[in-house]
Design a protein around this ligand. Structure first.
Ligand code: ATP
Length: 324
């Protein structure tokens, strides 16, 4: 391997810049060339490349988002699109590719490898932490801190007015953000996609905590929870079936994806970038770099794509006990 390309793809997450910096600097350390690809697979098809040296990534480790921009590319889903991408890479003498993104981006990378035998390596970047083969994806820790900060602020107003707040956080398929921030933010209930608490049990539990003397309550709701109502319908239902609370909704939305990456995400991104480039140099391909038992390890892309990221059952139990 003489020249590595790096791109960011799919939804952005804090820590992507730190990963780009790490890939670029690891290449410089090993005296090989590096190019940044703008706008994910779109830029790969169009040849939107920029040579990057160690100095070109200064001042970005602390920045959210991605300086290379991210995109979703329909054309990369077609053989013709991927053929164009292959030609752009070979014309630029690139012989290795690091993809920072989610499982969709990894699927694209794997298909690309299988068609053109082009070495690829994945780094998981998404706040949802929904990828198999790593305990933490890039941006997850930062998003947790952002959400906990928001919950703390909401609690101030909730307790001043005897309010019950439903706070919606990201997580369409998995409840990692909801479960962790619910525990850390002292939520009364946490609604996640993996579990259906049921409306009656929710109202029962909130009534109990009201009777036990609580003057405010916070319920954390993951986007993909299975209770069968959207958050506004849920609010109306609880409003009709409970007394004594002024019920409100707060949808945190895209603010969860932004902000300066936490120390944890910066260190993780730096470690993953080193491992990704050095694995390519060592002749490895079709792996995702992940954190397992605090060691940076490789998982085959195929497994990372097919595997399911599971909720930590011990955390579920802790959250149940904490809301007693
Ligand atoms: P996130 O879910 O966190 O937003 P992601 O990487 O899963 O991130 P997707 O939009 O699913 O995001 O995928 C990103 C890009 O990867 C797509 O726009 C597409 O270009 C490429 N891709 C996804 N699936 C395939 C596929 N089956 N074949 C080829 N390319 C694909």
């Amino acid at each position: 391997i003489k020249k590595v390309a790096v791109l960011t793809s799919g939804g952005d997450s804090p820590g992507m810049n730190a990963a780009i910096r790490s890939v670029v600097r690891t290449c410089a350390y090993h005296n090989i060339e590096c190019v940044g690809v703008y706008r994910g697979y779109e830029g790969l098809i169009e040849g939107d490349f920029k040579s990057m040296d160690a100095r070109s990534v200064k001042g970005i480790i602390n920045k959210g988002g991605t300086i290379l921009k991210s995109a979703r590319s329909k054309e990369f889903r077609t053989v013709e699109g991927r053929q164009k991408a292959f030609k752009q890479l070979t014309d630029a003498n690139v012989d290795g590719l690091v993809v920072v993104g989610g499982d969709g981006s990894f699927t694209g990378a794997l298909i690309f490898n299988q068609e053109f035998d082009f070495p690829v390596m994945g780094i998981p970047g998404t706040i949802d932490n929904d990828i198999y083969g790593t305990s933490h994806t890039l941006g997850f820790d930062t998003a947790l801190n952002t959400v906990v900060d928001a919950i703390d602020k909401i609690r101030d107003t909730a307790s001043s007015h005897n309010r019950l707040f439903f706070v919606e956080v990201m997580g369409r398929d998995v409840g990692h953000i909801a479960l962790n921030t619910g525990i850390a933010g002292g939520a009364e209930e946490i609604l996640i996609p993996e579990e259906d608490l049921g409306l009656d049990r929710l109202v029962d539990s909130l009534n109990k905590s009201r009777k036990s003397g609580k003057t405010s309550s916070i319920v954390i709701v993951a986007e993909g929870d299975k209770i069968g109502k959207n958050i506004f319908e849920l609010k109306d239902y609880v409003d009709e079936n409970m007394e004594g609370y002024d019920v409100r909704v707060s949808v945190l939305g895209h603010m969860q994806r932004g902000g300066a990456p936490s120390c944890f995400d910066r260190v993780l991104a730096s470690r993953m970038g080193v491992k990704a480039v050095e694995s390519l140099l060592g002749g490895e391909t079709n792996y995702m770099v992940g954190l397992l038992d605090n060691k940076v390890e490789l998982t085959p892309l195929e497994k990372a794509i097919k595997g399911k990221s599971k909720i930590n059952l011990e955390l579920l139990r802790v959250s149940d006990i904490m809301s007693t």
